[in-house]
Design a protein around this ligand. Structure first.
Ligand code: SF4
Length: 175
């Protein structure tokens, strides 16, 4: 049995390479889909159902968080007009990582990390900076070791839906 780690998952495709790497490194991941940033709700459920395909492939448990989009909107208030990669995204990472830290504590899992670092469109250093605010955060840069390329290959293999915008209504507007 490996060390349990709560893995915040943003979507099925990004989960694949992250899970593979955690398993390779001897961890036992528990998946946590906590993404109140995703809009609309139908898209949130679509990404969740694709995660279930990946989770089933690896035989892992998935915990689904509530969709608290109004609460998330409050957290990013004043930054609706920001471009992607600006302050709104830092606040968004903070929101999801805070919920993951709280869930890890509730479940008695001593550490957590996030699939957000798989994307070559997101700066891992910004994600790490936000994660460090919470106890138990483990800095893993999943885009290293060709993680992004591997996520695309594995997603194709499993037939997963790959979205064409980051997640919130503002990224959809700007995409
Ligand atoms: S663009 Fe992506 S990371 Fe940035 S606020 Fe929207 S959903 Fe979050």
């Amino acid at each position: 049995m490996g060390k349990r780690i709560l893995l915040h998952v943003c979507c099925g495709p990004c989960s694949t390479a992250s899970i593979e790497r955690l398993l390779d490194e001897g961890y036992e991941p528990v998946l946590f889909f906590s993404d109140s940033n995703i809009f609309p709700y139908g898209e949130f459920m679509k990404r969740y159902s694709n995660l279930l395909i990946a989770a089933d492939h690896y035989g892992l448990e998935v915990i689904l968080d509530d969709w608290r989009h109004d609460d998330w909107r409050e957290a990013v208030k004043g930054h609706e007009g920001d471009r992607e990669h600006g302050e709104r995204c830092s606040l968004c990472f903070r929101y999801n990582l805070r919920r993951t830290a709280e869930k890890a504590a509730e479940l008695g899992i001593g550490c957590f990390t996030t699939t957000l670092t798989v994307s070559r469109f997101k700066k891992s250093s910004t994600i790490f900076q936000e994660g460090r605010a919470f106890p138990g955060f483990v800095e893993i840069d999943f885009k290293k070791k060709d993680g992004f390329g591997r996520s695309i290959a594995l997603s194709r293999e499993l037939g997963l839906y790959r979205q064409d915008y980051c997640g919130c209504e503002f990224s959809r507007r700007d995409s």
